[in-house]
Design a protein around this ligand. Structure first.
Ligand SMILES: [Zn+2]
Length: 597
């Protein structure tokens, strides 16, 4: 595998082009340039014999890598068989294995919960994952792949003549190719493209890049220019960008309160520019992650801005941080209301148990009115914020005493919109108890648990009266949910809220279910991939409680497949068998509405 020279600015890129023109003895602009993102992952080589994946290896020192065929087989993006019209004989496809930012963060959070050390960055964890001795471990890591070149012993094997066509050919064989690739005739257009990638695109990507690669498009010209010392091609160069990681000082660790009372620590940073944006805040997830990364106030830390997510602290730089402060601890009292905080045994979250905590009011009310909860259309985040500021709404029940006069006195309300909002509020009073339970923001009670509880107990009074053991014995409801429910209803302010809702005429009971064994009776269901809200056991419970059966493999007897993110071979199999594929939202709506098909 080749290694590339670097160009750190436009002048260096121009100098590279001028040298290529001298060496080639012709105007390189005639061939043009193919430009690609330079993925910051682990370089690998994939060998295909007659279109079948046979050997996978890491880059190693460039000549000799490590064979990791079985591990690469578990990477979903690596096709085990090329599709379309692929050449006979042996070809070698090169590319980069990487880990997307969102999957990397999710994996680290899971590792914290499991008491395992966190990974420092996506590139190291991609490389480490590839070198696992047990392919089953690699398979659990969220690895992806982009290809960028192909070679064969006999060049006549291929019928493309340019790098651009080579990339198109890879894509046609089923090899993922990185987005944002382009080709240009003029170097000034390459400059414009690179500028846009550096300043507009890079910050939005869900994977790390460490620059762009500019190649002379014509493969004939590439051959003519050749390779220096067996490694450095004269026909390609890496256009490096300013780093999107910066070092700055961690000034303070502060805490805000989420809608179920969870306390979320965040970092205040000495303002620093990263990729053209001034960064002052970074997310810290939870106390365990802060401890796993050993972040202390006063440390010099590495901050990365990636995608549209809030900037992240990657690590502290201990050698620049002496003398170090004390390890950080979550404050013993809620920063918003002063109530002593509590820690979930089952979770890493620390939370404020005060149901009436003002710190969680805005988020809680937004959740209450949201589509999956009481579904009050028109009651947006901004409007709720405005109603709280005007002193009109303090808790969810206050929404039901709003009048037209009050609303019209606020900025941004007019006759028609106000009527529509009041009517949406009125309509929401009739929502079933299951919606209300989910809307109240009881810890651990999501929409599925809310349905199970509402169906079992029928009224909110029965639930409030029930013991932890009674609640925990409901099928699909475990002791953690039971504990959350009992705690909620043992709080006097929660019971006051229930009484206010009752007085406002809000429905507090669940309509009787049509019997006949549940909405999914007789259905065989396969669940694959990561669903947006339900864990695998929860999704299984939900299907079973609606009378369906969950199996692990897809066959013609499967009624439908529920597919989430990173769904792999089961999804492919379902498609090839023509089995219906639905998402989580559709599953929940089938369970909730009792639809038969
Ligand atoms: Zn509080």
């Amino acid at each position: 595998m080749l290694s590339l020279g670097n160009a750190f600015d436009e002048a260096e890129l121009d100098a590279w082009r001028d040298r290529a023109v001298r060496l080639a003895g012709e105007d390189v602009d005639k061939s043009g340039y193919a430009v690609e993102l330079k993925i910051d992952g682990a370089a690998v080589s994939l060998t295909y014999d007659d279109g079948v994946f046979t050997i996978g290896a890491t880059r190693g020192n460039g000549s000799i890598g490590e064979v990791v065929t079985e591990n690469l087989r578990t990477v979903r993006d690596v096709p085990l068989r090329l599709i379309g019209n692929h050449p006979a004989g042996r070809i070698e496809i090169r590319g980069e294995v990487y880990m997307p930012f969102d999957a990397f963060e999710k994996m680290n959070e899971a590792r914290v919960q499991a008491g395992e050390p966190v990974f420092a960055n996506p590139r190291n964890s991609a490389a480490g994952s590839l070198r696992q001795l047990d392919p089953a471990v690699t398979a659990r890591r969220p690895l992806r792949f982009f290809g960028y070149s192909v070679a064969a012993a006999d060049p006549a094997t291929f019928d493309f003549r340019t790098q651009w066509d080579l990339l198109e050919q890879l894509a046609a064989w089923g090899i993922p190719v990185a987005p944002h690739r382009a080709r240009y005739k003029k170097m000034e257009d390459v400059h414009k493209w690179a500028h846009n990638i550096e300043h507009n695109v890079r910050g939005q990507l869900n994977f790390a890049i460490d620059g762009a690669v500019v190649k002379i498009d014509s493969l004939r010209l590439q051959d003519d220019l050749g390779v220096v010392g067996g490694r450095d091609p004269r026909w390609a160069i890496a256009r490096k960008f300013a780093p999107d990681i910066a070092e700055t000082k961690l000034l303070a660790i502060k805490v805000n309160v989420g809608r179920t009372g969870a306390l979320n620590p965040y970092a205040e940073l000495e303002p620093v520019e990263i990729g053209g944006v001034i960064v002052k805040l970074a997310t810290l997830h939870n106390e365990d992650l802060i401890r796993a990364k050993d972040l202390r106030v006063g440390d010099i830390v590495q901050v990365k801005r990636a995608g549209e997510v809030i900037p992240q602290i990657i690590a502290s730089v201990p050698e620049k941080s002496e003398p170090r402060g004390e390890p950080w601890r979550m404050p013993p009292n809620c920063p918003s209301c002063g109530t002593p905080v509590e820690r979930d045994d089952e979770e890493v979250a620390i939370y404020c148990p005060n149901v009436a905590c003002p710190g969680r009011r805005l988020e809680a009310l937004v959740h209450f009115a949201s589509r999956g909860a009481m579904d009050i259309r028109g009651l947006s985040y901004a409007r709720i914020d405005q109603l709280i500021a005007a002193g009109l709404v303090n808790d969810a029940a206050d929404i039901y005493s709003l009048t037209g006069e009050q609303l019209l006195s606020l900025e941004g309300y007019a006759g028609k919109g106000t009527e529509a909002l009041l009517s949406a509020i009125e309509t929401s009073k009739a929502q079933p108890l299951s919606r209300l339970l989910g809307a109240l923001g009881i810890r651990h009670v999501g929409s599925i648990a809310a349905q199970l509880l509402a169906r079992h107990f029928g009224t909110i009074d029965e639930i409030a009266r029930a013991s932890s053991a009674e609640i925990g014995s409901v099928r699909g409801v475990g002791p953690i949910i039971a504990e959350g429910v009992v705690r909620f209803f043992s709080d006097a302010s929660a019971m006051q809220l229930v009484e206010k809702l009752r007085a406002a005429g809000v429905n507090l009971s669940e309509p009787h279910q049509v019997a006949a064994g549940g909405a999914l009776a007789g259905k065989t269901v396969v669940i694959t991939g990561t669903l947006p809200t339900l864990t695998r056991p929860k999704a299984t419970e939900a299907v079973e409680s609606a009378g369906g059966r969950v199996t692990s493999s897809v066959s013609k007897a499967t009624s439908f497949v529920v597919a989430g993110a990173e769904a792999g071979s089961k999804l492919e199999k379902a498609r090839s068998l023509g089995v219906e594929v639905i998402d989580e939202a559709e599953l929940l709506s089938r369970i909730a509405t009792g639809e038969r098909d």
